[in-house]
Design a binder for this molecule. Structure first.
Ligand SMILES: Cc1cc2nc3c(=O)[nH]c(=O)nc-3n(C[C@H](O)[C@H](O)[C@H](O)COP(=O)(O)OP(=O)(O)OC[C@H]3O[C@@H](n4cnc5c(N)ncnc54)[C@H](O)[C@@H]3O)c2cc1C
Length: 443
């Protein structure tokens, strides 16, 4: 029986249950490019390409690439495929795509088998005693950490009986990546081991420092499924740093669970009250929004972070919170405006973590940082980049300013001498404006 394993957010061979199930049959391999592939920031597109290239080297035959699901279904029908195997996805958009694919295949008598997940505990599993889903992280974590995590499974494709589904090749972009992008399953495992050997002991104290590489940088690998979280969990012990790291892995699982139970929260408010707040219109205030995207707001910590995103496709977690708070509470744009930009740029884009990371910061999500807590971009910079190294790394126009003075360049005679802009807004004024807007919807 001819089957296809259609990879999506599971770009790995090891510990891949759907692939194991497919490997019992005459097997071929395929991948459909995301709908918005041509709109992605080149660095994000390059990082996906590198993941696909690396995956292909671990497969016994080529990966057939398709531009969309219809092309894939047509090829499956033409080539006598009986069943398609996929890892089940849980975010809203991917679930809709998998249902649509199931329907299209069903029309041709082809089964879609959704097997396993990219989570240690499948979203939807953990519930309160009365069966309702959890809305707060800490009780979720208590239940999540009490559940046994199954052991990683091994998949051996060496003896698989394969055939070649005709399809396109992995795309190549016209411009090369700005630096060598490392990705893939093997790199994910090496990244984990390096983190466990060198960084995890200091993780609980260093993880908030934007200037230090104190975090695991496993987010790309987890978002692309190059490593399964249970493989990570199996490798970590119970030191303070490891316990903290486990809690971060659990945040990813929590947000996936929340989105599973509240599918509208991909692009709508978890707390609907906030939908009626007054926000800026991105089409009328395009220049202000562009200044945020380009890292030219005049607030060094915000701008360094936005340039880190533009230049590397990744941003430190603390910096994500600072730029998100700034966009929503200083510039008064809706969180979805920022989330969409992150989606196009982040090489670790994960629908649930992104939408709920934004909603947490905007004050309208689960466990929300209260709306009245408005991050001060200057003091946040001084605290989490105390020597100013992070700012100088990404903003050359400020490289002449030593130490933490770089967080307020406008106070120095030559602070803005090399083309760095003055602040686009006054933080104290906008903080009061944000609180006034909150009062309007709070009655
Ligand atoms: C506005 C905003 C948007 C975000 N968008 C994304 C996104 O699209 N994709 C994404 O993977 N993460 C997102 N995050 C969460 C977090 O910033 C990243 O997971 C983290 O910075 C990745 O770096 P790391 O792998 O070195 O993290 P580590 O600190 O080493 O954490 C290990 C892993 O735990 C998970 N994790 C850590 N923190 C969080 C968190 N707050 N929420 C959910 N999972 C977490 C990630 O999978 C991460 O790789 C977002 C956070 C905010 C505030």
């Amino acid at each position: 029986m001819r089957v296809v394993h259609l990879f999506s957010r599971d770009l790995r061979v090891s510990d891949n249950e759907a692939l194991l199930a497919a490997s019992k049959y005459e097997l071929s391999f395929a991948f459909c490019l995301p709908q918005d592939f041509n709109q992605l920031l080149p660095i994000r597109a390059h990082s996906l390409i590198e993941s696909l290239k690396s995956l292909e080297t671990s497969l016994p035959s080529s990966l057939a690439i398709f531009g969309n699901l219809d092309q894939f279904v047509a090829a499956a029908v033409q080539n006598g495929v009986s069943a398609v195997f996929m890892t089940r996805n849980f975010d809203t958009r991917s679930q809709l795509q998998q249902s649509s694919l199931a329907e299209k295949l069903y029309g041709h008598g082809i089964a879609l088998n959704l097997v396993g997940s990219n989570y240690a505990i499948e979203p939807g599993t953990i519930r309160k005693d009365d069966g309702s889903p959890l809305k707060v992280y800490t009780p979720f974590y208590r239940r999540w950490s009490a559940l046994p995590v199954t052991k990683p499974i091994s998949v051996d494709l060496a003896r698989a009986n394969t055939w070649q589904l005709p399809g396109g090749e992995i795309p190549q972009l016209e411009t090369p990546p700005p630096f060598k992008i490392k990705a893939g399953e093997e790199f994910a495992h090496r990244t984990l081991e390096r983190f466990l050997a060198k960084r995890v002991h200091g993780y609980s104290t260093m993880r908030d420092r934007a200037d230090l590489g104190g975090t695991s940088h496993l987010s790309h690998a987890l978002a692309h499924g190059e490593i399964h979280p249970r493989t990570i969990l199996q490798r970590i012990g119970h030191s303070e740093g490891e316990e903290m790291f486990r809690k971060e892995i659990a945040w990813r699982e929590f947000y996936a669970d929340v989105m599973y139970h509240n599918p509208h929260t991909l692009d709508d408010y978890f707390d609907p009250k906030y939908a009626s707040m007054r926000y800026r219109d991105p089409s009328q205030d395009a220049a202000l929004l562009q200044a945020w995207k380009d890292g030219k707001t005049g607030f060094p910590m915000v701008d360094a972070a936005m340039r880190q995103l533009r230049d590397t496709g990744w941003m430190h977690n603390r910096a994500r919170m600072i730029v998100a708070s700034f966009l929503v509470k200083d510039l008064h744009f809706e969180w979805q405006v920022g989330a969409r930009h992150f989606e196009q740029c982040l090489t670790d884009f994960d629908p649930a973590s992104n939408s709920h990371g934004w909603q947490w910061t905007a004050g309208c999500g689960t466990d929300a940082s209260p709306y009245f807590r408005v991050f001060n971009p200057i003091t946040q910079g001084e605290k989490f980049d105390p020597n100013g190294d992070y700012v100088r790394r990404f903003i050359p126009e400020l490289s002449h300013i030593p130490g933490k003075a770089v967080h307020q360049p406008w106070l120095l005679v030559d602070g803005l001498a090399h083309g760095y802009p003055a602040p686009v807004v006054d933080h104290a004024t906008e903080r009061l404006e944000a609180l006034a807007r909150l009062k309007e919807i709070s009655g």
